[in-house]
Design a binder for this molecule. Structure first.
Ligand code: GDP
Ligand code: ZN
Length: 458
């Protein structure tokens, strides 16, 4: 089915140290051998061995690079094909020279995601695992990383397989009894369908419950820092970012007027947004400040409203306090090191005591309390996720919902003693919808769409 050999640079370009070029396909070993010289001939090398040597231009005899080459023979490789990995010294130019030479052989440049796609097409991983590879590449916190890793490992796939097996047995049961129109048999079969479909529905509900937490773990809780100019928003963002070593830091582009920073507080990844940004230095800021805060308020999972404790509440702040009613919010009374002018009684009319955190970013006080409040808001302060299978992918969530609905239809039909061959259709549909999660029943167009999300070299 797959007959050509592909190659791509697998490490991100520009990364220091080494770079890896991955070659996969039936001719991976023989084609690399044409440009590689070492003590052992690659074609005679055993699987999972590493060889020191040099890349040569076979025509001119010119030495191109000093490299380490590893050989993984089919089927014990990521793609299940013969795979050769060339480790070079990393510089952009040397990697490119080796790559160019490879592409002059009987090897073509891999499309984004093509290695993973081959792993899928060759049955090495299922679709949900392939998607987890995308998540792995994109994951922004170490927690998200371990979630994705778990999915690559197949935790979700196993759960889906288990549920599909139950549905398959239900279908078999229906099949056996479909030809017995006696009333008793029909009632018993209906009972059986109700029991099985409600069990699977409950399991799906459990999986779906993890979806929201999973999304948070993967993408971070979108947290908007809002408030009037000069209250200390940027100072707070910088403090939180410094104290909680961000794993990935997004440097703001000049086109955006919101600054983003990823931090991890007590294991919870937050995507912090400073809504102040660039335009703050302008005079018009009083006017647009509230406007922009509004959008941030609408989109955030969590709001940190910063107030200046050394000044009375401003009208704009009262507007903000009204806006955030009923939302997950923490009110930060900053600048507590200065004489206090903010009237607590007025503030208490809008928010309850527990959501107020007195603080001085300048003197670095109140930060522990803020962090504690944040982790209390989510997951009741502790985040024990090791044993749960998390569903984080929107496509999986949609399919789980569809399957649940099909099972509800089956359940209702069985409850009304509708002929079982009608019910069979719904159970079968649920079985197919779950199958689409792992790629068993997924159409080609979907596959193309999923694999096109990969970056080159994966
Ligand atoms: P933003 O406009 O809300 O982002 O406010 P900034 O973070 O830029 O801070 C505005 C000014 O307030 C700066 O001069 C900060 O040094 C100062 N500031 C921030 N936090 C505190 C604090 O807790 N106490 C005092 N006294 N000054 C602070
Ligand atoms: Zn600022």
């Amino acid at each position: 089915m797959i007959s050509d050999t592909i190659a791509a640079i697998s490490t991100s370009v520009g990364e220091a140290g080494i770079a890896v070029i991955r070659v996969s396909g039936p001719e991976a070993i023989s084609e690399v051998e044409r440009i590689f010289k070492s003590k052992t001939k690659l074609s005679e090398a055993s699987s999972h061995t590493i060889h020191y040597g040099h890349i040569y231009n076979p025509e001119s005899g010119e030495k191109i690079e000093e490299v380490l080459v590893s050989v993984m023979r089919a089927p014990r490789s990521f793609t299940t094909e013969d795979v050769v990995e060339i480790n070079t010294h990393g510089g952009v130019i040397s990697v490119k020279r080796v790559m160019d030479l490879l592409l002059l052989q009987n090897i073509r440049l891999a499309e984004p995601g093509e290695f993973t796609k081959r792993a899928f097409l060759n049955g090495r991983i299922d679709l949900s695992q392939a998607e987890a590879v995308i998540d792995l590449i994109r994951s922004k916190s170490d927690r998200a990383f371990s979630l994705a890793l778990k999915q690559v490992d197949g935790a979700l796939s196993r759960k889906i397989a288990e549920l599909r097996q139950i549905l398959l047995e239900t279908l078999a049961h229906i099949e056996v009894n479909i030809d017995y129109p006696e009333h008793d048999v029909e009632t018993l079969t209906a009972e059986f369908i109700k029991q099985k479909s409600s069990f699977v529905m409950e399991e799906i509900t459990k999986l779906l419950k993890t979806a929201n937490e999973g999304k948070i773990l993967r993408e971070g809780i979108t947290t908007a820092i809002v408030g009037r100019p000069n209250v200390g928003k940027s100072s707070l963002l910088n403090t939180l970012a410094r104290e909680n070593k961000a794993i990935v830091t997004d440097i703001p582009g000049t086109t955006r007027d919101v600054i983003e920073e990823y931090v991890t507080i007590n294991n919870i990844p937050l995507k912090l947004l400073d809504t102040a940004g660039i335009r703050e230095t302008m005079d018009v800021v009083e006017r647009i400040g509230v406007e922009r805060s509004k959008t941030a308020v609408d989109e955030a999972d969590l709001l940190l409203l910063v107030l200046n404790a050394s000044e009375p509440l401003h009208d704009d702040e009262i507007k903000l306090l009204e806006q955030i009613r009923g939302r997950q919010a923490i009110i930060i009374m900053n600048k507590m090191d200065l004489p206090r002018k903010l009237d607590m009684d007025v503030l208490r009319q809008y928010v309850d005591e527990q959501s107020i955190v007195p603080m001085s970013v300048k003197e670095q006080s109140g930060i522990d309390l803020l962090e504690e409040r944040i982790s209390n808001l989510f997951f009741g302060g502790k985040l024990e996720t090791q044993d749960l299978t998390y569903v984080t992918n929107v496509r999986h969530i949609a399919l789980l919902n569809k399957a649940k609905k099909s099972l509800q239809d089956a359940y209702n039909a069985a409850d009304q003693l509708i002929p079982i061959d009608m019910i069979q259709i719904d159970v079968r549909l649920a079985w197919e919808q779950l199958g689409e999660i792992v790629g068993d029943t997924a159409p080609d167009s979907l596959l193309d769409q999923i694999f096109s999300q990969f970056c080159l070299g994966k």
